[in-house]
Design a protein around this ligand. Sequence first.
Ligand SMILES: Nc1ncnc2c1ncn2[C@@H]1O[C@H](COP(=O)(O)OS(=O)(=O)O)[C@@H](OP(=O)(O)O)[C@H]1O
Ligand SMILES: Nc1ncnc2c1ncn2[C@@H]1O[C@H](COP(=O)(O)OP(=O)(O)O)[C@@H](O)[C@H]1O
Length: 609
Amino acid sequence: MSHAPQGRLRFLTCGSVDDGKSTLIGRLLFDTKQVFDDQWQTLRSDSRRFGTQGEAPDLALLVDGLQAEREQGITIDVAYRFFSTPKRAFIVADAPGHEQYTRNMAVAASTADCAVVLADARKGVLTQTRRHSRIVALMGVKRVLLAVNKMDLVGWDAARFAEIAADYAALAQTLGLTVQAVPLSALGGDNLTARSAQTPWYDGPTLLEWLEQAPLCRQDDEAPLRLPVQLVLRPSSEFRGYCGTVAQGRVRAGDRVRVQPSGVKATVAAVRIGFEEVAQAGPADAVCVTLQEERDISRGDVLVAADSPIEQAEQFHAHVVWVGEQPLLPGRPYWLKLHHRTVGAVVSSLRHVVDVDTGAHLSAREVAMNGIAAVHLSVDRPLPFMPYSASRELGNFILIDRLTQATVGAGMIDFALRRDSNLHWQALAVDKAARAALKHQQPRCVWFTGLSGSGKSTLASLLEKNLHAQGRHTYVLDGDNVRHGLNRDLGFTEGDRVENIRRVAEVARLMVDAGLMVIVSFISPFRAEREWARSLFAPGEFVEVFVDTPLAECERRDPKGLYAKARRGEIPAFTGISSPYEAPLNPEFLVQTTSATPEALAEQIAQSL
Ligand SMILES: Nc1ncnc2c1ncn2[C@@H]1O[C@H](COP(=O)(O)OS(=O)(=O)O)[C@@H](OP(=O)(O)O)[C@H]1O
Ligand SMILES: Nc1ncnc2c1ncn2[C@@H]1O[C@H](COP(=O)(O)OP(=O)(O)O)[C@@H](O)[C@H]1O
């Protein structure tokens, strides 16, 4: 094998179940397997240099799918296979076309340079073909080979091939894909690795020729440097190295760099790959950079060319592929991880859900598993980023459930929202401490949660009376009254409850900032929102009170007759009956209303404040 491969092309294959995908991949592997051993050696030596598996080959080097997603650990059903020819090495990702295909395909496509879309010559372009092509295009793949397979079963009919190719070309145009259609038979090996005698009328490339020539995505070493910091190495007080994989551009000793988001500048002292000092490094190189100056840099920062910063924002327009079992709900807090930076995030608005069959934009209030949506995202700290179209490494993120730590979404940033740069937090001369001092009190948010009829309102009202009598400045936010004003537009779906609590928590925060002792009394059935509410306050400021009255007792009390109605089926999604209540795991107070009077309970809580 005298020729060095021209880089390593990653592609994915997609098609409907019977289109012949496995045969095609099997054939490719079989026809090229004579060099497989050589390549395996390369992988082994690569693994020793860059890998994390010691002597064993680090397959992750082949499969660095959604980077963050992999670190997070989520099972994605994608098979990666490896083969090579004298011209090039290939990694083919095979995403099963059946269940969960959206998320599997999205993950596979997120690192692919191109895609091979199969169509059965007898069936032509099907709904599935459209669906897969749309997902592939959304994930940033620009080039597609349309493999019109089973041409032998249509008698190698040139007209049939031309018809399918034209059909697909029309779709490709709407998706912004560049297409090469190839007539082939995976079974017979025609036009796969060798030109077929059956298609004298076809003068385009074979499938393999096309793959050998297809441009790689990651070749942008002309671009300014972008190096997300994955790890800060400090083996001794003398040495501080910043490690990560170069996303774009080159880095050399002497280069001026800027640290984002802080903005401080520094000069590169040395660049290492493994233990070796190198003159320079480029895209996809895993490097360790040292600086001449001492700087405060941590994981999640990005080193960029000093004169060419990337954007930073807190609000984005993005696309999300939802992989969570629970639906995506606007207003619910998630963690967002972009390159190596993790921040708090909420979907501030759900713009639309994409119908993958037709491309239509549908309005929706939540996104189910495998759904794809356009959203506005708001994060709690400035995030250096690039649009996904300009950099997959700096433009793709994952969303993580705050409670289970499971990955629930994979996303692509489209652009920062303009309003972001015009919104500035007002620093005011009089602050919370000053306001609280004037009132001679410690501001607090006392958060009552529990079933309807558990006793929240009764206790909240008694607590306020008690505090007021001590000269405290208080305010009660109660579900029943807030739902008549600020939250009049909200009902009792999961999404509406999430938004209900989000708004109330924000209002409570403002009131605590005003120096008040705020008492919140809402069912607030979900842990995620209560935990997020807690995160808005300083340590010790948020006091969660779980009014732990058994459902049977609440139902017996039924102060508003709602349980009776709910049992008769007249109220849909009633908490405790037909809608869930997630009890707090570590509340500051657990209150049992069946064994003490409301007055005694309120007194106990007041004492502790
Ligand atoms: N479907 C359904 N489920 C639960 N509750 C219902 C429902 N429909 C109306 N109500 C009445 O609304 C009050 C609860 O509102 P909240 O804002 O506290 O609910 S939530 O936190 O958004 O879940 C609740 O008041 P409380 O009894 O004070 O809890 C009920 O009176
Ligand atoms: N120890 C107690 N604490 C609070 N409420 C109690 C207690 N014992 C009985 N109750 C009764 O339970 C009912 C609770 O209703 P409410 O305070 O409106 O509940 P919620 O606001 O949680 O829906 C009231 O009728 C109240 O008098």
